[in-house]
Design a protein around this ligand. Structure first.
Ligand code: SF4
Ligand code: SF4
Ligand code: SF4
Length: 275
């Protein structure tokens, strides 16, 4: 019983994803959904299981398992555009498939449950950026987060323009938009990481998906909390946080609270086990 309680988070995660997998398989009559969400659920459950077992690379393992699967299998081999323009494309065509389901689960409604877990454990852009040398930001945060709204708007305008201009074979354009978009994301992400000495600069200032992720994760059920009775205000948690979150503040309004990617670096490094 004690062991079951210890592993309740990976068990719950697996159960949630299996429920989604079976529901979509049966309602959409497509076995791909069973395979897809079971694989992602298993990867995430494995990651949290390894984290509980204090495996050093738990998060990186799951990040590579999910990120590479989505980038190479879904994006390149299956030619599904899972980027934000793919979401708009399926939404405008009124099809609840591929990118629309992915966004609903991982980026719009899922964050109500697991916050920005997507950003810590599954995103294929961050999967590469996290290999760079600035795991902890070496410079203060810049006030340029507004850029994300322009990239978000640009993605809507791009897809809307294709529909308004009645361009043919949009499916093919979406595939190339995925390839070119990813190359651009990696190039800008790497350049910014070195310019700002911060691996996650792209996430903080440019990524359009945060327009969905931030407000939804404000209400997340799963969040790192601080036991004030144990905390000695040593500040270590803030120094190791890649997203500049003030995790010692218990409230949802804490500084950069909607930026937390649940990487658990603060938890691992707290000398008093207060998190
Ligand atoms: S902010 Fe964007 S690029 Fe960064 S991890 Fe999240 S989805 Fe990926
Ligand atoms: S690392 Fe732990 S003890 Fe130190 S400030 Fe953070 S929560 Fe408090
Ligand atoms: S270090 Fe802690 S507060 Fe910062 S992103 Fe990771 S889990 Fe969230």
């Amino acid at each position: 019983m004690k062991r079951l309680r210890k592993y309740s988070v990976p068990i719950l995660m697996l159960a949630v994803f299996e429920t989604i997998a079976v529901t979509l398989w049966l309602t959409k009559n497509n076995i791909f959904y069973l395979f897809n969400f079971s694989y992602i659920g298993l990867s995430l459950a494995l990651g949290t299981f390894l984290f509980i077992r204090q495996h050093k690379y738990a998060r990186r393992i799951v990040q590579l398992m999910v990120g590479l699967y989505m980038l190479i299998y879904l994006g390149i081999i299956s030619r599904e555009n899972m980027q934000i323009e793919g979401f708009w494309y399926y939404l405008f065509t009124g099809v609840f498939e591929a990118a629309t389901i992915h966004y609903a689960v991982a980026k719009i409604f899922g964050p109500l449950l697991f916050g920005r877990g997507w950003c810590g454990y599954a995103c294929w852009t961050a999967m590469a950026l996290d290999f760079l040398p600035y795991k902890v930001p070496m410079q203060p945060r810049k006030k340029i987060g507004w850029i994300r709204y322009t990239t978000f708007a640009a993605s809507v305008v791009f897809v809307a323009a294709l529909f308004l201009a009645k361009v043919g074979n949009i499916e093919r354009i979406m595939f190339w938009a995925f390839i070119i978009g990813n190359v651009l994301y990696y190039a800008v992400g790497i350049a910014l990481a070195f310019a700002f000495k911060d691996n996650r600069a792209f996430c903080k200032y440019i990524c359009p998906i945060t327009v969905f992720l931030k407000p939804m994760s404000y209400f997340a059920m799963l969040r790192v909390q601080c036991d004030k009775d144990k905390c000695i205000n040593c500040g270590k948690c803030k120094r190791v946080c890649p997203m500049d979150v003030d995790v010692t503040d218990h409230s949802r309004k804490r500084e950069n609270g909607t930026e937390c990617i649940l990487c658990m670096e603060c938890v691992k490094n707290c000398p008093r086990k207060a998190l």
